[in-house]
Design a binder for this molecule. Structure first.
Ligand code: SF4
Ligand code: SF4
Ligand code: SF4
Length: 268
């Protein structure tokens, strides 16, 4: 059974995967696997840009999202016409000739993976490039186009090193997605500590962030900056302490988003 892998740490945001998918499917007729994708509006693979923080403490990462070829595919169960079928290699396809465009599959998929083709009046999505796999190609176009090996595709049994400990999108859906992710960054809290009298940054100030009895530690660098990286979502109490200065406290710092606490003045 085939699976996809996505190593977010390796993705440089080049968009080659998204473009390659478009190039492979837009206006190209791969029936019976898939009818031509319209030139605009469909993203069978969408590279999602995630921008966190505020200037100058900003970080960006990219996550490639596509049909998860779920173990329990809700789309297939919702189709009244039996147009969605699973191949022996685990890929789910929408049969263009059977689809009547009712949109039930699209409503049922919690991942937004299905698009409506209003020229042909059918629903469409990633096919895993099954038309290529059946014609001697080892990889789907998006994976083949990725210059950094952030995307992978292969036998589930041979990719266990990646899969064990990996995450999937919204596992609570219960659909058992089969696109596995690693290295999706957690949230950050950052800031810059400075002495307003001397008008200098404070190097080596100790910062700690506490949530539910767990404490993270870091120290300001030569620019007075501190970063807590890869934090869980929650409400943190942050304390900044520097020798000779009064401590600064921030309560309930909410990491549902990345947080830049900005320039933090410390008084003697
Ligand atoms: S991600 Fe959506 S379209 Fe793809 S198999 Fe799962 S339920 Fe179906
Ligand atoms: S496997 Fe093919 S159809 Fe699916 S996202 Fe990649 S290029 Fe697009
Ligand atoms: S092709 Fe690879 S490196 Fe480029 S955006 Fe897609 S996943 Fe990232």
């Amino acid at each position: 059974m085939k699976v996809f892998t996505v190593d977010v740490a390796k993705c440089n945001g080049c968009f080659n995967c998204q473009l390659a998918c478009k190039d492979e499917h837009a206006t190209n007729d791969w029936r019976p696997y898939a009818a031509p994708q319209p030139e605009i509006g469909h993203f069978w693979l969408k590279l999602r840009e995630n921008v966190g923080g505020t200037i100058p403490k900003v970080r960006i990462h990219y996550v490639a999202e596509l049909c998860n070829h779920c173990e329990n595919a809700a789309c297939a169960g919702a189709c009244p016409n039996g147009a969605i079928y699973r191949r022996d290699d685990g890929l789910w396809l929408i049969e263009p000739e059977k689809c009547v465009g009712c949109g039930k599959c699209r409503e049922a998929c919690p991942y937004g993976a299905i698009y409506y083709n209003d020229e042909l009046n059918i629903c469409q999505k990633c096919t895993g490039c099954a038309h290529l796999l059946d014609n001697g190609y080892a990889l789907p176009r998006c994976v083949e186009a990725c210059p950094t090996d952030a995307l992978g595709f292969g036998e589930e049994s041979e990719l266990q090193d990646f899969i064990v400990g990996a995450t999937v999108r919204e596992p609570e859906s219960g659909l058992k997605p089969r696109v596995y992710y690693r290295n999706i960054p957690g949230k950050f809290i950052a800031g810059t500590v400075y002495d307003p009298i001397e008008k200098e940054v404070v190097i080596g100030a100790k910062a700690r962030a506490t949530i539910g009895g767990k404490t993270y530690h870091t120290v300001t660098d030569e620019y007075g900056d501190f970063w807590f990286n890869d934090l869980p979502v929650g409400k943190f109490d942050v304390v900044i302490e520097a020798a000779g200065f009064a401590p600064r406290r921030f309560e309930g710092v909410d990491t549902s988003v990345d947080v830049n606490l900005g320039d933090i003045a410390v008084d003697k």
